[in-house]
Design a protein around this ligand. Sequence first.
Ligand SMILES: NC(=O)c1ccc[n+]([C@@H]2O[C@H](COP(=O)([O-])OP(=O)(O)OC[C@H]3O[C@@H](n4cnc5c(N)ncnc54)[C@H](O)[C@@H]3O)[C@@H](O)[C@H]2O)c1
Length: 271
Amino acid sequence: MQFQGKKGLILGVANENSIAWAIAQEIMNAGGMCGFTHLPDRPDDERQRNRRRVSQLTDKYENAAFLLPMDAQKDDDIRSVFEQTTEEFGKIDFVLHSIAFADRQDLGRDTIETSRAGFALAMDVSVYTLLACANAAKPIMNPGGAIAAMTYFGGEKCVPGYNVMGICKAALEAAVRYAAYDLGPSDIRVNALSAGPVRTLAGRAAGVEEMLKLYDKMAPLGRNITHQEVGRTGAFLLSDLSQGITGEILHVDGGYNAMGSPGRLLDDLKS
Ligand SMILES: NC(=O)c1ccc[n+]([C@@H]2O[C@H](COP(=O)([O-])OP(=O)(O)OC[C@H]3O[C@@H](n4cnc5c(N)ncnc54)[C@H](O)[C@@H]3O)[C@@H](O)[C@H]2O)c1
């Protein structure tokens, strides 16, 4: 029960396939209490679909303490979520940032054709929000607390198709290092988990299907990673088990990032 007595925020559950949900389940099963946010519904959406999709999951967990709307592009929403978290929890021990967005049109065209507005949007949602949430979390985090973000290898190397989101992930990884420096004196750690392809809403938009085939052949493990594997490592980064680790990018990708050649895929190319 690694999270017994610990409380924190999970930002970025959209549905049961979300990486944030895989991490939250590990935390709650290990005794942690989680507060959740969902993307706000349009006022004219009577069915409140965004909220419903998440509440269907969280309602089943006693350790899911609350569910609040938050558009991370809105400072007022972030402020309100952290105020309500303080009212509910007092101090917190962890924050998961599992949020990214880019316009599909920008993902579908050459990176150099990215629109100015699309670039600003993707960077705002996928990078700036980590800084904003880390800043909002600072006054209410216990010493020993941890923040984790989600990244992808396309931020380290060129992964065609990942395009503007690759640039966002490079910036996000830099943001992790700078936030780790800022929060270190408060004994708060900041790390990122670099996951291999996983079938999710965001994953599909970023071309996960082809990547799954590639990783199957190229990764040293010769297979893709599972939701549960990402969940466990995410929980590890947010737990006391990872004390002493900060500013780190930890890969959960079957070892794909270690490869310098197509590996076993070469056999297919030869034949
Ligand atoms: N799926 C993959 O293959 C993969 C691999 C590596 C990293 N990641 C990263 O993992 C994270 C989570 O993505 P996922 O794959 O679980 O997909 P997902 O679609 O389930 O999660 C993305 C989340 O971002 C949220 N979001 C988008 N715009 C927002 C905004 N303005 N305010 C608040 N929330 C907003 C969505 O509501 C959603 O909950 C992302 O950072 C993604 O880039 C995904």
